[in-house]
Design a protein around this ligand. Structure first.
Ligand SMILES: *[C@@H]1O[C@H](CO)[C@@H](O)[C@H](O)[C@H]1NC(C)=O
Ligand SMILES: *[C@@H]1O[C@H](CO)[C@@H](O)[C@H](O)[C@H]1NC(C)=O
Ligand SMILES: *[C@@H]1O[C@H](CO)[C@@H](O)[C@H](O)[C@H]1NC(C)=O
Length: 916
């Protein structure tokens, strides 16, 4: 109706006139065409009949001869002139038709420009309201922009601290100069070259080499001692059989005092002793270290300054990296032996006490020496073994015990043999030294290390033991710690644990071992991270991948894709009207080292990196956004809620507004890519499109990229790798990433819905195509499966939302072996991402409804399509399981559709989305 009326009306007055003339002309035309021939015919036939005889005389005559007759000639003339006029009229008619068409075109053009002007106006209005909103938020906040704090300046000579009564009572507050380590300093660490002090000559060459290599790769290390916060001195391990005996402790003291930045008392120094379990593991006991902290594996209680000194793990893999693939699987949880212990007690506590103990000891020992439980332990454990209730292995003598401290249980035999036993052990006992004063020893550290390395759950007998980094690592999540008097109840206790808890502990042990102990680099990183955390300095920010942009021509204005036409009447949010809005970054720098310390240390990926944002930030209570913390929130209906219309106008949810970035991996499919990009035109909340150009061949010069009103950043890659899909490009400025294949076809409402769902499950992969892992009973291994199924465990990243946090983890934290496999097969990167996220979160991904079954033209759908593709994926799955030590994927039967999807609504309400 509207359309037709508009067509005529738009012509206005002149059109009415033209139409009248046109009608008249048609009438004339009709007259000439119909009546004239009739008249002409009448005359001609009359003549014919009248002049019958003539026919015979003259024979048949051509028509022209008729014209010889006078009146016929007249008629002919008329006819000619009329047909002349007819032709002219026809020409005129055509001319007019042409003009009509031209004018119609102009009308259409005008209408379009009105529409687009209206659109522009709407857009402007929206931008204004958005800006007003943001401005109001800024005003409401009424806070001055946070500026960096006044830098604490180190005093050149005097740290300004009153010296503690004795170095033994050193704590951070009394012995550490905070002025050297401002919160924003970045924690610069100066490491003394082992060649610069004489003591360095007596160091174990392996330890020296491993330490040097770790220092080299450490990002906190600076070569400028004047700005350093911390000074590291490597003092051990000493060579086992040096050519000349090492200098006496007093000589070491002298050498330490001579260090160029010792500044009389060694404040902010850490003496690092990386133990490989020699007999000299505690030579520092007799050395006065001033205000320098000590990091080593062995401590007596009197020597250990709680919160100041560090218990570190022994150094096992000094040079070689552990091979994660040789780590035995975590499942089955129950192994051959319930628990094992192999060790030999070199000396009993009694005999060690008879030795001359250091003077300071005797004074501090209160009352009687502690009961020596070791005999009771031996008796009890042997009884368990003899009872044959469970298979256990306990040996209290061995062929060639390793040297150990008095009262410590010596390790038996070779490392390989010990590991073989531990691989068959569900639990591994770690009996702390009989001397309760020995709170940490390299021997116990080694037992702990080896148990966790092969997945035997450590059981530490002796609750006085200080386990490595015990101030930050919650050991109770990975080890059972039992006081020695409970040894008779130990068997009962171990038997009572559920498989779930045991596997969780084993997994946690694996995490701790892998993150903190496995390599010399980890050991150094952990020592530094421990000190950094205790003085609350944030970690260095994790690396971003600099995006090298390939310049490209944006020309073609994106039209409306035919496939989007059915989207036309869907309002999906502030289309093209929201100004670009990057997610805020680094808001929680100091939370990680304050409130979040324990989570950072006890959950993957550990405390070594500062992330610009994570999916784990706590959410506000709902009323907070109306009472004082409203910045950035876009509640539905301003907080009153509402159905479709209000829903589409606001982002809602429990977190502030945000946008997402599309990351599209592409390889030499320009036409397909251009179409995909064009389809993104007008997508609400889209911040930017990052096209990862995976081909060495640059895009064609004449390629005209669609202009979708947003930046399209084309990123050059170093090599064609599917891992590039998950690099944390610096060009990605939002937390949310929508990863899509260049040929994936998602409709706008599907994307919008996916985005809104992801906002509620920020730690998960939220996407469209679901897959699952299936158990192959015949081969006792895993299969990748894409068949229709009512359960899924993976969502393919060819069309999925995930947090940028996982891009960092995938690229820099996940074991390299997995990325190598992806490169080798040019496959499986999506499986790897699903493993990673499920491993970190212990949650399955989320599949969202799509209006139609997701179509992915390039994806093989069944085995028959592409056998090798599937066989590779089976292999990947089983390989990844080997790397993680268990199968991280979890099943889900959820599929999310929008709240009002199948609800009957009153007339004044609308669905959230029309189709999903
Ligand atoms: C080291 O300990 C011994 C006793 O075990 C003591 O005689 C000696 O003086 C101590 N040396 C230092 C430097 O404290
Ligand atoms: C947090 O750390 C990052 C990276 O070091 C830095 O860019 C940012 O300014 C810091 N933010 C605050 C509030 O200190
Ligand atoms: C998928 O289902 C079909 C039909 O049920 C079955 O023949 C095929 O083996 C299945 N494929 C896989 C990989 O399980």
């Amino acid at each position: 109706m509207q359309r037709n009326g508009g067509g005529v009306g738009a012509g206005g007055q002149p059109w009415v006139l033209r139409r009248v003339r046109l009608t008249w002309l048609s009438f004339m035309l009709f007259f000439i065409l119909v009546f004239f021939p009739l008249i002409a015919h009448y005359y001609l036939t009359t003549i014919d009949e009248a002049g019958g005889p003539d026919k015979r005389i003259f024979g048949p005559r051509p028509g022209g001869e008729l014209c010889e007759a006078k009146h016929v000639q007249d008629l002919c003339r008329i006819r000619e002139s009329v047909s002349e006029e007819l032709l002219q009229l026809e020409a005129k008619r055509q001319e007019l038709n042409g003009e009509i068409a031209r004018l119609n075109l102009r009308i259409e053009a005008c209408k379009r420009s009105i529409d687009s002007a209206k659109q522009d106006l709407l857009q402007l209005k929206n931008v204004i309201s958005q800006t007003e909103h943001s401005y109001k938020e800024l005003m409401a906040q009424n806070q001055p922009k946070l500026s960096l704090p006044v830098r604490l300046l180190p005093d050149k000579e005097d740290p300004g601290l009153p010296p503690p009564k004795s170095a033994r009572s050193c704590r951070l507050r009394s012995c550490f100069d905070y002025a050297r380590c401002p919160l924003t300093s970045g924690f610069p660490v100066y490491v003394y070259d082992t060649g610069s002090y004489l003591w360095g000559d007596y160091l174990d060459p392996l330890v020296k080499q491993a330490f040097a290599a770790s220092v080299k790769s450490n990002i906190y290390v600076t070569d400028n001692p004047s700005i350093a916060c911390l000074y590291l001195v490597l003092v051990g391990e000493l060579q086992e059989s040096p050519s000349s005996p090492p200098p006496s402790p007093s000589e070491l003291e002298k050498q330490l005092k001579a260090l160029p930045y010792w500044r009389s008392d060694g404040h902010n120094h850490v003496l690092v002793h990386l133990s490989r379990m020699s007999m000299t593991q505690n030579f520092l006991y007799n050395v006065s270290t001033g205000r320098a902290a000590v990091a080593q594996s062995t401590f007596f209680e009197q020597q250990y300054r709680e919160g100041f000194d560090l218990v570190v793990s022994p150094l096992v893999h000094a040079l070689s990296e552990p091979n994660f693939l040789e780590v035995p699987p975590q499942v089955p949880v129950k192994r051959k032996y319930l628990f094992t212990f192999q060790g030999e007690r070199v000396e009993s506590l009694r005999s060690s006490l008879q030795e001359t103990p250091p003077q300071s000891f005797e004074e501090e020992m209160e009352g009687d020496p502690p009961a020596d439980y070791d005999d009771r332990i031996i008796g009890t454990l042997k009884a368990v073994q003899d009872s044959h209730l469970d298979q256990v292995l306990v040996e209290f003598t061995c062929k060639n015990p390793r040297p150990s401290l008095p009262t410590e249980w010596a390790l038996c035999g070779e490392r390989e043999d010990r590991l073989e036993v531990l691989k068959a052990s569900t639990f591994a006992l770690v009996i702390s030294p009989g001397d309760g004063q020995l709170v940490a020893s390299a021997g116990c550290g080694m037992r702990l290390f080896e148990a966790m390395e092969v997945g035997a759950i450590p059981v530490v007998l002796g609750d006085h033991s200080r386990l490595p980094y015990h101030q930050l690592i919650r050991w109770s999540e990975a080890a059972i710690i039992v006081p020695k008097p409970r040894v008779t109840e130990l068997h009962f206790l171990l038997r009572s644990l559920s498989d779930n808890d045991m596997l969780a502990m084993r997994r946690q042990g694996r995490f701790l071992w892998e993150t903190y102990f496995s390599t010399s680099e980890n050991v150094l990183n952990t020592i530094l991270a421990n000190i950094r955390t205790s003085i609350q300095v944030p970690a260095a920010p994790i690396k971003e991948e600099p995006a090298q942009e390939i310049p490209h021509k944006a020309g073609k204005l994106a039209g409306t894709d035919a496939n989007l036409a059915d989207n036309g009447d869907l309002d999906l949010g502030p289309v093209e009207t929201e100004p670009p809005y990057a997610s805020p970054r680094f808001l929680r720098n100091f939370t990680y080292t304050a409130a979040d310390t324990y989570r950072a240390w006890n959950r993957a990926p550990g405390p070594f990196h500062l992330f610009p944002h994570t999916p784990l930030d706590p959410v506000l209570p709902s009323e907070a956004k109306f009472l004082g913390s409203g910045t950035g929130f876009r509640p539905i209906g301003g907080g009153t809620g509402g159905s479709g219309k209000e829903f589409q106008a606001a982002l809602g949810g429990n977190v502030p507004r945000e946008q997402f970035t599309v990351v599209m991996l592409t390889y030499e499919r320009e036409e397909v890519l251009m179409n995909s990009l064009e389809r993104l035109n007008g997508l609400p909340y889209l911040n930017k499109v990052v096209v990862v150009w995976n081909s060495p061949k640059p895009p064609s010069d004449d390629l005209l990229w669609p202009d979708i009103g947003l930046p399209i950043v084309v990123v050059r890659t170093e090599k064609n790798s599917l891992n590039n899909r998950f690099l944390p490009w610096d060009a990605v400025e939002t937390e949310a990433i929508l990863s899509i294949d260049d040929d994936a076809h998602l409709r706008h409402d599907e994307i919008m819905f996916g985005f809104r769902v992801w906002r509620e499950a920020r730690d998960r992969i939220v996407g469209f195509p679901g897959r699952y892992h299936a158990w192959d009973v015949n081969h006792q291994s895993w299969l990748y499966n894409s068949n229709y199924s009512c359960e899924l465990s993976m969502v393919l990243t060819g069309a999925a939302f995930f947090h940028k946090y996982y891009a960092y983890l995938y690229s820099y934290v996940m074991p390299q072996a997995i990325r190598d496999m992806v490169d080798e097969y040019i496959n499986c990167e999506d499986i790897a991402m699903n493993f990673l996220v499920s491993h970190i979160t212990r949650k399955p991904p989320i599949k969202v409804t799509s209006r139609w079954t997701f179509r992915c033209p390039g994806c093989p759908q069944a085995l028959s399509h592409d056998d090798s593709h599937f066989h590779e994926r089976h292999k990947c799955i089983n390989f990844f399981v080997k790397v993680y030590g268990y199968m991280p994927l979890l099943y889900t039967q959820f599929r999310v559709d929008s709240v009002l999807f199948k609800t009957r609504l009153p007339h004044d309400k609308t669905k959230c989305f029309k189709f999903i």
